[in-house]
Structures are given as C-alpha cells and as structure tokens.
Design a protein around this ligand. Structure first.
Ligand SMILES: NC(=O)C1=CN([C@@H]2O[C@H](COP(=O)(O)OP(=O)(O)OC[C@H]3O[C@@H](n4cnc5c(N)ncnc54)[C@H](O)[C@@H]3O)[C@@H](O)[C@H]2O)C=CC1
Ligand SMILES: O=C(O)[C@@H]1CCC=N1
Length: 264
C-alpha cells in the first residue's frame, strides 16, 4: 500500500507512528509545512518526509488528510488536480463533511471520513469510518488499515460528529479523570509519581475488566461496593456533586461545538 499523510501534527504524526510500528506500507509519504514531528522517520526505508503535498499525493494511492478544518479547503484545492479515481482520500478533519470534500475534488472520487484518536500511535485507537457512495467498496480496505492500529466501527456519516466527541475528544476526558484521581491520591499522602501509577493501573484494570468480562459497569460496581462501606460513600458523594451529570453535560457541550464547526 502506498500511503501519504498530509499534515503531521498531533494526529497525523500519531497515525504515522502507528503505521511505522506496523510497517505494512510499501511507501509512506509524510508531508507538512513543518515536518519536525516526523523528521526522525526520514532515515527509515520507504518513508519520505517532504513539504511537497502534490508529490505526496502523486506518489500514493491512499492519502490521509490530517489538517485542521480551517486549512482543509486550501490544501485540497492545491492537490485536487493530482487526485484521480485510483486514490482513496481519507479525512480526519473534525466537522468537515464528505459533501464539502466532494465539492472540491468531485463526488466521483473515493472519499472516506475516518475518525481515530491519538491512541492510534500505540495501536489502540477507536476509529470510526464513513464513506461516500464512490468509496463503499473501499471500506473493507480502510478497516484493514485501521484495525491494525486499534479497533474500527463503520457508522453512518451523520454519526461521525458524535463519535468524534466520544472517541477523539474522549481521550482528553479520560486523561482528566486519571489526573483528578491522581490529585486526590496526592491529597491522601502519596507522592505524585506513586499517585499517577496507582490511578493509571486502576483505570487500566477497570477498562480491562469490562473488555474481558463483557459485563455491565454497574455489575462491576456492585462487586466493589461493600454495604455501608467506603466505596458507596464516595460514589454517592460524587453523584451528589454531579459526576455523571457533568460528564454528560460536557459531552453535549462538545457535540454542540463540533456542530458549529461543521457550519464554518
Ligand atoms: N488531535 C486529535 O486528537 C484529533 C484531531 N482530529 C482532527 O484532526 C485534524 C488535525 O488535528 P491535529 O493533528 O490535532 O492538528 P495540528 O495542528 O497538530 O496538525 C495539523 C498539521 O497540518 C499542517 N499544515 C497546515 N497547513 C498545511 C499545508 N498547507 N500543507 C501541509 N501541512 C499543513 C500543520 O503544520 C500541522 O502540523 C483536525 O481537523 C482535528 O479536528 C481528529 C481526531 C483526533
Ligand atoms: O478538539 C478538537 O476539535 C479535535 C477533534 C477531536 C479531537 N480534537
């Protein structure tokens, strides 16, 4: 597979890292105005780091556009003459609909919206995928690529915004929960590095329990909450303070914001 990534910022470089780790491409072009994040890959075989977006597109079959929404139009316009029916164009830009991309490069082109998260750099992304009409037969190939970098789910395009909030922004939400737990542990007397380790391994254990047992979170909670014990005391206080409610409100605020981005 001849793959290009246009835009090697936070997400583009995370995708590059995951692809390099798996090494399943025949060539990988990494193009950005500022290639600092990926310069270390220059010496790898079959990897080209460049500032030339057109070259990257011309030399590749699969082109992943990892650009901020404000840059996507101008970059697509700049390379559109190089995009043919052989290409599969993938975009990770939040809020940028397939129709907008079709408006620039044509509805006859294969276009797939892909929404991974930064855990793609370690092969643990939750990646949602939606394709235009032309690219329906390319969906299995897109799944193959991103299944090597985590887990995929094919969804209708009108759910991509919601998936962005839950899975892409979700990385930040979970990080904040880990950090808050750490702050609590420091207050209880642990050194910062100990607090971080305790919070992290517990979070990992909780996610692994759900994944491996397939059980509902409340069932796992029931196993921890000793009657009149400390867990239910803490859990109920968190709910009195609005833990679930503030998470749900935050998710809804993110969703409102991403729907505004869509209109820009
Ligand atoms: N960061 C994240 O966790 C996630 C980001 N996204 C989406 O991915 C996109 C990229 O996000 P980030 O990587 O965080 O942004 P970023 O700002 O870190 O990266 C964008 C890159 O595009 C480059 N760029 C700008 N103009 C260019 C041009 N003309 N030619 C070549 N490269 C150019 C910039 O130099 C920069 O390195 C956004 O649309 C965002 O909504 C989606 C899911 C997760
Ligand atoms: O915050 C943002 O807008 C982008 C989309 C999801 C993650 N980062």
């Amino acid at each position: 597979m001849k793959i290009a990534i246009i835009g090697t910022g936070n997400l583009g470089s995370s995708i590059a890292k995951g692809l390099v780790k798996n090494n399943t491409f025949s060539s990988l072009y990494l193009s950005d105005k500022n290639t600092t994040n990926v310069d270390a890959y220059k010496s790898l075989p079959n990897v080209v780091v460049t500032n030339d977006n057109e070259l990257a597109v011309a030399e590749s079959d699969i082109v992943i556009f990892a650009l901020q929404p404000k840059h996507i139009n101008s970059v697509l316009e700049g390379v559109s003459s190089k995009i043919s029916e052989k290409h599969v164009v993938m975009s990770v830009a939040a809020g940028v609909e397939i129709s907008r991309i079709e408006g620039i490069i044509g509805a006859d082109k294969n276009i797939i919206r892909v929404m991974p998260n930064t855990a793609i750099s370690i092969g643990k992304s939750m990646t949602c995928i939606a394709a235009n009409k032309a690219a329906q037969d390319k969906v299995p190939m897109a799944r193959d690529i991103f299944n090597q970098l985590g887990t995929t789910m094919v969804i209708p395009e009108d759910q991509i915004q919601a998936a962005t909030v839950i899975c892409a922004s979700g990385i930040a939400f979970w990080m904040r929960l880990v950090r808050a737990t750490t702050q609590g542990a420091i207050q209880l007397g642990f050194e910062a590095h100990e607090a971080h380790q305790l919070a992290l391994q517990t979070c990992y254990g909780a996610a692994s329990l759900l994944k491996e047992s397939g059980r509902h979170p409340e069932e796992e909670i029931d196993r921890v909450t000793t009657p009149s014990g400390c867990t239910i005391e803490g859990l109920n206080e968190m709910e009195h303070q609005g833990l679930s409610s503030s998470l749900i409100k935050g998710i809804n605020a993110s969703f409102e914001k991403i729907n505004q981005l869509k209109k820009n």
